[in-house]
Ligand binder design. Sequence first.
Ligand code: BOM
Length: 141
Amino acid sequence: TAEIMSHVTAHFGKALAECREESGLSPAVLEEFQHFWREDFEVVHRELGCAILCMSNKFSLMQDDARMHHENMHDYVKKFPQGEVLSAKMVELIHNCEKQYDDIKDDCDRVVKVAACFKVDAKKAGIAPEVAMIEAVMEKY
Ligand code: BOM
């Protein structure tokens, strides 16, 4: 659900600070990670892909091939309140998006495409959070 996703995003988003430099993601492009879910934010910058890759690595959510580590992602999402309701759906949506862009060789380029696909599909599935929901739980993490 969107409520659970707001917790996951709030927690995951904290890692952006550690990844800002190495990813080269300018604050002018994305100031705070929760803005990822804004209606008017376009998930298109290669640097955002680099940032998501770096952030995911902080939580061991990626395999060596820069694809999602299914088991670790499952366990990560399950740790949030009611996370078990969301974890399987989230892994399924992300993996479905990965399959569509598997031919892109550059890891940052591929990850940003997968993330954009995931944003669209999460909205369709009704599990995309509002930014206000994320801000409401930021202080918990
Ligand atoms: O093959 C690369 C898989 C990486 C996809 C990650 C998609 C996440 C997009 C950013 C949104 C994040 C919201 C919550 C945390 C997800 C771990």
